[in-house]
Design a protein around this ligand. Structure first.
Ligand code: AMP
Ligand code: TRP
Length: 329
């Protein structure tokens, strides 16, 4: 029996990168027999960078609505909001005492974000991965489906779990990362050396809510190269390779199949075909998203049910942790 958990921060409009690298795979995992899946809107992670209250609230609903619009079935999967399950912060505190400051300072996300937010290098930014470890370890998670950028955090989670188990016995399941074969790191269409991100404004970011005409325009303007040949070469042809990976993830095909389809074709046709594939993928989801966002009461009901299911599981692991450590309960 495999158990999966993943989290998405409610920090901006959903990008094609998070959809292809995460949500689309998450929804598919939930449909496989004999899997338990938890998907969490990680609002407590989001506040490590200052958030405007109304935006935090709106994006919390928005992340959940995209999951549901993409087809997540809440009878098979638990969708919840991190702050609704108190065990996360409680275990996070405990795990702080099993994490060395030095290992947190080595995290690339911490280094990047502390450069970006020089005026607010708060302690939460540093201990962010410890809370993430708590998110994962509370659910006896076996696999964590995430994009490439989260690999290092997963390694830290494994180290923390092993360290705790080394002292107190096998309390935690030590999870494995699960990184997709394509679209593990969708890059910005205007700058194929930087990750497409919802927290950074760029004309090279495709948002799931973009109208078809906007999507086409963004793909037509995508940065390529002057080699004029469609090939899979992340170093020499980063832009073209990024477009290919978007195409593969949208259509569910391999890089070889995609490359074969475009041999001898010019970049113009290539870009248009990819834009069409993306539009075909997102258009039906957009309609459903709008309906869901118009009914916050329904989303609140889903959150309530999700929090109850998640709490029941999380509390059992937290109780075990407290018992082995000698806390009086
Ligand atoms: P975030 O939106 O940063 O909270 O990330 C949510 C999930 O999407 C994580 O599993 C990330 O690894 C993944 N993700 C975010 N951006 C990208 C991207 N540009 N390409 C692939 N996966 C991504
Ligand atoms: N740190 C992840 C990100 O920035 C989000 C996240 C928080 C997460 N908790 C998690 C992912 C637990 C997987 C499992 O994208």
């Amino acid at each position: 029996m495999k158990t999966f958990i993943s989290g998405i921060q409610p920090t901006g409009d959903m990008t094609l990168g998070s959809y292809l690298g995460a949500i689309k795979n998450h929804v598919q995992l939930a449909d496989i027999a004999d899997t338990t899946t938890y998907y969490c809107v990680v609002d407590l992670h989001a506040i490590t960078v200052r958030q405007e209250p109304q935006r935090l609230r709106d994006f919390t609903y928005s992340v959940a609505a995209w999951y549901l619009a993409a087809g997540l079935d809440t009878s098979k999967s638990t969708l919840f909001v991190q702050n609704h399950v108190r065990a996360h912060t409680e275990l996070g505190w405990i795990l702080n005492t099993f994490t060395q400051v030095g290992e947190l300072e080595r995290m690339t996300q911490y280094k990047d974000k502390s450069k970006q937010h020089k005026h607010n290098v708060n302690a939460g930014l540093l201990t962010y991965p410890v809370l993430m470890a708590a998110d994962i370890l509370l659910y006896n998670t076996t696999h964590v489906p995430v994009g490439d950028d989260q690999k290092q955090h997963l390694e830290l989670t494994r180290n923390v779990a092993q360290r705790f188990n080394g002292v107190y016995g096998d309390v935690f399941v030590v999870p494995e990362p699960m990184i997709p074969k394509v679209a593990a790191r969708v890059m910005d269409l205007q700058d194929p050396t930087s990750k497409m991100s919802k927290s950074q404004e760029s004309n090279g970011t495709v948002y799931l809510k973009d109208e078809p005409a906007q999507i086409t325009k963004k793909f037509k303007r995508a940065v390529t190269d002057n080699i004029a040949n469609v090939a899979w070469d992340p170093i020499e042809q980063a832009g073209v390779t990024n477009l290919l990976s978007i195409y593969c993830a949208s259509k569910g095909i391999t890089p070889e199949q995609a490359v074969a389809e475009f041999t001898g074709k010019g970049y113009g046709d290539f870009k248009t075909t990819i834009a069409e594939a993306v539009i075909a993928e997102v258009a039906p989801i957009q309609n459903r998203y709008k309906e869901l966002m118009a009914d916050k009461a329904e989303l609140d009901a889903i959150f309530k049910k999700g929090a109850e299911k998640a709490s029941a599981q999380a509390e059992t692991v937290l109780a075990k942790v407290k018992d082995v450590m000698g806390f009086v309960r």
